[in-house]
Design a protein around this ligand. Structure first.
Ligand code: ADP
Length: 426
């Protein structure tokens, strides 16, 4: 055997935890048995390229995997590789099985309005929320469903770029290299990196997304249900937004990862609502914590992937157009009401969900703008977005603006939404 190849044989119920160094590629191949990565089954003999990823190869029945690196030793590209038999996978499988029963019951009930399970995964940052969502989505797909993934985490964004919330049907196993399917996501742009910037807008986009998801009439789609990922922001406003998301999306299964206090808080709060079950789950010892700079870097990486592809195989288009040809709006920040309409002594505060035009200026440099499907500015809050552009240059003298778009041609909508999210791609 090639001396650069490392073989690992795993017993039943064990996992191999792998942390690939940032910007490095580790090659992984299943050579015997059965294995999965966050619920996605590996094909025997197929080589996967893991780019800077942290993950676990788990096996229910035992397997052998081979690790290798191109022109390097495994240790040169992997920060750590170790085996563990202490995983919460059995409890995750049990959760899947109870969701499965609910799905079947909803399908049998047909058009009676009974929906499948709406599962929301909550907990602090770095407890494995995204990984658990992925496992549950993949297990549902493996039993023949197409569940809907909903991502409310504006900080990282597993479906589309950060600063947005998104939903997408998951019809096949989630690709280990590429991540979530992005063919037809339903996306709303919030435009900021933290919910504290404009919590009312955050609530408004969550409510809007929920009402659109409710309109889907297909029995199987409704029976498959939702798997909702959330932000790790769980204190104060973060907790209020969690409660809001649970009620706006009518979640009825709340999976709490890793924090007993949050579990007790939610259990007490939701006690009166019989239909909601709150379940505490252990987080995996393999979950890797990320420092704020690492998170920031991951955010920028997501944006880069949006324009350049996960493998760097897409070529975005740079376009320069006249400033006056773009119609850019901002949500929030405008006056709430004329002072004359307010009671004496009251001061006017900015209306958090008012749509106001943005005049072109150097402030737009490096801004991520969402291209809306809206036909008029007053629809900007209620209509989803088609995609994103990144402003790379503003020339005030020539009155032109240059942007990067993922594909060539004219933009799919006339109206663009600006926020405070700035991106610096090196
Ligand atoms: P959260 O969504 O709560 O912030 P994630 O699910 O994103 O947490 O997990 C944090 C990091 O840990 C991710 O890079 C994820 O791929 C990694 N990870 C999760 N579970 C494991 C595991 N069992 N072994 C190795 N890495 C893992």
């Amino acid at each position: 055997m090639d001396s650069k190849v490392q073989a690992h044989t795993l017993a039943q119920g064990h996992e191999l935890r792998i942390e690939v160094k940032p910007d490095k590629v580790l090659l992984l191949k299943l050579v015997q048995g059965e294995a999965e990565i966050f619920g996605t089954e590996l094909a025997l003999g197929e080589q996967l390229s893991l780019r800077g990823q942290k993950l676990a190869v788990f096996t229910w029945n035992g397997c052998t995997v081979e690790l290798a690196a191109e022109d390097a030793q495994v240790d040169d590209v992997a920060e750590s590789v170790y085996e563990s038999d202490d995983t919460p996978m059995l409890s995750y499988l049990n959760v899947h099985e109870s969701l499965e029963q609910r799905r079947r019951a909803a399908r049998e009930a047909g058009t009676s309005g009974r929906t499948g399970p709406r599962t929301i995964v909550v907990g602090p940052t770095d407890v494995g929320k995204s990984s658990l969502c992925r496992i549950l989505l993949n297990y549902a797909v493996r039993t023949g469903w197409a569940p809907t993934a909903v991502d409310l985490d504006i900080g990282q964004g597993s479906i589309t770029v950060p600063g947005s919330i998104a939903a997408t049907p998951v019809e096949g196993p989630i690709d280990v290299e590429e991540g979530m399917p992005i063919d037809l996501p339903l996306v709303f742009y919030y435009g900021h990196q933290t919910p504290t910037e404009n919590p009312e807008l955050y609530r408004a986009v969550v409510e809007r997304m929920s009402s659109i998801l409710d309109k889907r009439e297909n029995v199987d789609v409704q029976a498959a249900g939702l798997i909702i990922n959330t932000m790790g922001f769980i204190e104060g406003l973060g907790y209020e937004l969690l409660l809001h998301a649970i009620s706006a999306l009518r979640a009825d299964v709340v999976l709490v990862l890793g924090q007993e206090r949050l579990f007790n808080q939610l259990k007490t709060h939701l006690r009166a609502q019989q239909r909601v079950s709150v379940v505490r789950l252990h987080s995996s010892g393999g979950v890797v914590s990320r420092t704020p700079p690492v998170r920031k870097q991951a955010r920028m990486q997501r944006v880069k992937e949006y324009f350049y592809g996960v493998r760097g195989d897409l070529s975005p288009h740079s376009q320069t157009i006249r400033l006056d040809d773009l119609r850019i709006y901002r949500i929030g920040g405008g006056p709430r009401a004329p002072t004359s309409a307010l009671p004496i002594g009251a001061s006017s505060v900015a209306d958090p969900i008012r749509v106001t035009p943005v005049s072109a200026s150097l402030d737009l440099m490096h801004s991520m703008l969402a291209v809306s499907h809206a036909a008029t500015p007053d629809q900007l809050l209620s209509v989803n977005v088609a995609g994103f552009v990144l402003i790379t240059d503003v020339d005030i003298v020539q009155r032109t603006i240059t942007y990067l778009a993922p594909c060539p041609g004219s933009l799919p909508g006339r109206y663009l939404i600006a926020g405070s999210f700035k991106v610096f791609l090196e």
